[in-house]
Design a protein around this ligand. Sequence first.
Ligand SMILES: O=P(O)(O)OC[C@H]1O[C@](O)(CO)[C@@H](O)[C@@H]1O
Length: 448
Amino acid sequence: MEKIKFDYSKSLTFFNEAELDYLTPMVTSAHKLLHDGTGAGNEYTGWVELPHEFDPHLLKDIQETAEKIKNNCDVLIIVGIGGSYLGARAAIEMLNHHFYNLLSKSQRKTPEIHFAGHNISSSYLKHLLDVIDGKDICINVISKSGTTTEPALAFRVLKEYMENKYGKEETKERIIATTDAKKGALKQMADEEGYKTFVIPDDIGGRYSVLAPVGLLPIAVAGIDIQEVLLGAKAAYEDGKIEDLKENQCYQYAAIRNILYRKGKTVEIMVNYEPSLHYFGEWWKQLYGESEGKDNKGIFPASVNFSTDLHSMGQYVQQGLRNIFETVLIIQDTEEKILIKEDPQNLDGLNYLVGKTVDYVNGKAFEGTLLAHQDGGVPNLVISIPKINPYYYGYLVYFFEKACGISGYLLGVNPFDQPGVEDYKRNMFALLGKPGYEAQRQELLKRL
Ligand SMILES: O=P(O)(O)OC[C@H]1O[C@](O)(CO)[C@@H](O)[C@@H]1O
């Protein structure tokens, strides 16, 4: 399989190779911390070995459950938030038809897929209920803690809808819960109601869990070959465990982000030129934002879809505050080719492109932007992906997870916790009047 390539040559006007050499001992030490399990947050590094030692029985169980869902349901609703849905959504959007849900069932051959529990919007839920009306539904409810408010609320509404439609007995055949092995309200409910469950291992945090059943079950239901996903991840695991920085692209990416950060490049924009990669950017943002944004430091992860956002964010990137660098995902060979044909009238003036493909134009947009942004003071790191397929999706997931762990250690943070997320939750619970939050409630009400 052709390799994914990481190219930092277009950034060498912003740093030099010697700076990478200076970081080598730190990278070696971060590598040891991660692989020996001696670093901060080491209780959550179960994902490091995951692709290499994936349990074949679990894989079979996921595939069989996915088949059952495919056979019994018109619609799968994935209920989850953050790491409990973004990885699956990224895969489904990257690897399937752009208009997947709009295809006829015979074209698609797999259930429609919708997401819930990632917001607190009545209209979203109501509109979802409108869309699924009259269709056979299955739900995969995913929550590591089993107590997150957003998915719990959505699940309560959807469960009631299902029980009214199917009755309790059939509903329980249509719900699969992916959660902790022992604790949390979802685990308790699943046991009491008799739902089929998949376990999120204790040592794998939400944002590192896409290669566990969290991501693999929904991805398999969407008709994507999860064995290929795991093969890609395994290849990234093998490439990523090479200690030598010169030979390890994943570590180079981690190190260069830190070099640029120390030069004041505090915002990293993940760029894509394919709309199907939009949710990959969303997944990546959570991975890096929750892993590194703490202790009053960390690169702010943002994402854009080019060329769409060249017409909105392009101005800022070119000439705004010079604290940005870009990491560009570029697909070398896209599956579909649309040829630009001659138009005798040439009213749009596009005849100079006759015989070229739409992707050729996209490629020139990329090259032109790369040079313009470089001239504008924005370092560009380019990741070339041979094509969009499950293997490279798996490769990218593991590549970025590993780089994130290393980068977090280089930054001097614990890349595996997210204590800051609790603050809004505490306030929300207090304001909602949740038992146990009475004192905080009074304090907060005075401030509103
Ligand atoms: O899977 P859970 O426990 O519902 O958590 C969902 C998301 O919420 C967070 O815990 C933040 O609150 C993320 O880290 C996580 O991915």
